[in-house]
Write a protein that binds this ligand. Structure first.
Ligand code: ZN
Length: 127
């Protein structure tokens, strides 16, 4: 059982993600992004997130005082960027959609509740 390399906590998973991102950063052969100058790279990291997963962006130095700006999760698979404002707006819309789904499901399937408390579960089991 012990000795496997599976992450057990979010900190372990973060370390794995960071190691994978470093590996991807070192192998830039398949990266489609164009290098950016100092100012544009700083602005991009500050104001944008990954267009795929909305993860934060990191700068990687390139020859000629330029930078590649990549997602910390996607690495060389980063396809582009969206503004943080856009991602925030979409997240808010998603929360609204989730609330609509819960309301609609409750009207279609009245027996479904989002989540039962432990007391409700024990009562349902007859305790
Ligand atoms: Zn990403």
């Amino acid at each position: 059982m012990s000795g496997n390399n599976q992450p057990h906590t979010w900190r372990d998973q973060l370390r794995v993600d960071q190691r994978l991102a470093r590996n991807r950063a070192e192998d830039a052969a398949d990266c489609i992004l164009d290098p950016l100058d100092d100012q544009l790279a700083d602005t991009t990291v500050r104001d944008y997130v990954c267009s795929n997963c909305w993860g934060h962006l990191l700068k990687y130095p390139r020859p000629g005082h330029t930078w590649l700006v990549k997602c910390h999760r996607c690495g060389n698979l980063t396809k582009g960027y969206v503004t943080k404002a856009y991602a925030g707006r979409r997240k808010s819309e998603s929360v609204g959609d989730l609330m609509d789904v819960k309301i609609n499901l409750e009207s279609v399937l009245p027996g479904i509740k989002p989540r039962k408390s432990p007391d409700e579960t024990m009562k349902d089991l007859g305790y």
